[in-house]
Ligand binder design. Structure first.
Ligand SMILES: [Zn+2]
Length: 134
């Protein structure tokens, strides 16, 4: 099993988990995980620890990519439109973009709850995706 981006998520028997970082001083959460100091402008915190993020969230916005992405991205041949959702994580409140899996665009709505899953990119590696909440 090859992950599209090592260190940003993990796929385990209990599901897919996004990996972020949390500031030890103020609790600010960042995704993707970052090294170095806290991203909060007023926080001098220098210690960011790895943390698993919420597996559920609500759709903040979504779109359908009807044209293939430019290189270096690899698109399926023939290209099939990809639905992308920006999802506000339940606990952290940050918004994480991802492909939508097994849900048609007309099934989606802003505010709808979705759950983290994963699926293959066009060239094979797994990436996190947003799917139907169980
Ligand atoms: Zn901080």
């Amino acid at each position: 099993m090859t992950l599209a981006i090592e260190g940003w998520f993990t796929v385990e028997p209990d599901g897919t988990h996004l990996i972020g970082t949390r500031c030890a001083s103020c609790g600010t959460v960042a995704f993707p995980p970052r090294t170095g100091g806290c991203p909060a402008p007023d926080c001098p915190g220098e210690s960011m620890t790895e943390t698993r993020l919420s597996r559920r969230g609500r759709i903040w916005s979504y779109t359908v990519a009807r044209y293939p992405p430019p290189e270096p991205f690899v698109a399926a041949e023939p290209y099939t439109p990809v639905t992308l959702a920006a999802v506000e994580l339940a606990r952290e409140g940050i918004v994480v973009l991802g492909q939508v899996k097994d849900l048609a665009p007309d099934e989606l709505a802003v505010g709808m709850e979705v759950e983290l899953t994963c699926g293959p990119l066009a060239d094979g590696p797994l990436v996190w995706m947003w799917g139907r909440a169980s």
